[in-house]
Ligand binder design. Structure first.
Ligand code: PEP
Ligand code: MN
Length: 316
């Protein structure tokens, strides 16, 4: 058994899909199995999970295979159904963590206080909200808390931004060292990027991952782009793409710098028109000296940005 990987399909779809997927995982020694039962979808009309029927599929599979189950819950009724079907571990999805009413309702409805609860970070980059959700469980007597980091919805090359510092922030503010899983699938958003995220996470010392897998990802009902075949997992875990991760990061930062320079140029044009109207000269030595001394080692770069700006104004 490999205790470090939680894997399984984004959604439980059919008995065959679930059993085929988990049997392939179990053959690899992975017995911590996730399966989406209720799916919080952004748009209505999409597949929202099989609900109780998915729990029946999981239960039936347990008659044949040995594995530990992980299911996302978002309200009291779902907690009670998971209890009825003996689901081992519950996780709180990113959208639910961001809603204190739902978190409280879930915390209050957990009867077995020794149950393992995994709390994903909220979608918004808000550490307090994450801390608050964890605090509601702790206050209700649930102590066995792990966390799952799945990135934030700030601008990124990936589906969700892996601001890994947030994990340390949370641990520092709560003064607790929670067992931490990195949900590489939801961060990456595409299977091509999974190895980037895993390599970066490993370089930061993380070794526990949640990774979505499906026996036939192309036809998955949900998150088809990011799921992988179980047999691809092992190669993925041993891949080393840290250089690609850092280069992609640098390219992203460079693009942002260029976008900001373009935005700056527009401001500079507006300033140019104001100077023309008020009869001021384009070059203002006092302002130039003030600004260029502000940026320390980047003084040279600032000088060229400023020069470019004056040239733009002179063309007006
Ligand atoms: C999931 O793990 O299937 C899921 C919905 O993730 P998140 O809550 O992180 O979006
Ligand atoms: Mn998913």
């Amino acid at each position: 058994m490999n205790p470090f990987i939680i894997s399984g399909p984004c959604s439980v779809e059919t008995q065959e899909q679930f059993e085929q997927t988990i049997s392939e995982l179990i053959n690899l020694g992975i017995t911590e199995i996730r399966g989406g039962v209720w799916k919080p979808r952004t748009m209505h009309g999409q597949f929202e999970g099989l609900g109780e029927d998915a729990l029946k599929i999981i239960s039936k599979a347990r008659e044949k295979y040995f594995f530990n189950t992980y299911v996302e819950v978002a309200n009291k009724e779902q907690v009670e159904l998971c209890e009825k079907y003996n689901i081992d571990n519950l996780w709180i999805g990113a959208r639910t963590t961001g809603n204190p009413f739902s978190v409280q309702e879930i915390a209050d409805s957990i009867k077995d206080k020794s149950k393992k609860i995994l709390v994903k970070n909220p979608i918004n980059y808000d550490i307090k909200l994450w801390q608050g959700a964890i605090g509601r469980f702790l206050n209700s007597g649930v102590e066995n808390i792990s966390i799952i980091f799945r990135g934030f919805n700030t601008h990124s090359i990936y589906r969700f931004n892996p601001i890994f510092e947030a994990i340390d922030d949370l641990k520092n503010t709560t003064k607790r060292d929670f067992e931490t899983y990195i949900d590489v699938s939801h961060i990456a958003g595409h299977r091509d990027y999974l190895s980037h995220i895993i390599s970066k996470a490993k370089s930061l010392g993380y070794g526990k991952f949640m990774i979505e897998s499906h026996t036939n990802p192309e036809v998955a009902y949900t998150d088809a782009l990011q799921q992988i075949k179980p047999k691809e997992l092992i190669d993925l875990l041993f891949s080393n793409n840290l250089l690609d991760y850092e280069r992609a990061e640098i390219d992203h930062i460079d693009n942002e710098i260029i976008a900001l320079l373009k935005k700056r140029q527009k401001c500079s044009e507006s300033i140019g028109h104001i100077k023309i109207k008020s009869g001021k000269s384009f070059f203002d030595k006092k302002r130039h000296d003030e600004l260029s001394n502000k940026y320390g080692e980047y003084k040279g770069i600032y000088e060229s940005i400023h020069e470019q700006s004056i040239k733009t104004q002179e063309k007006l």
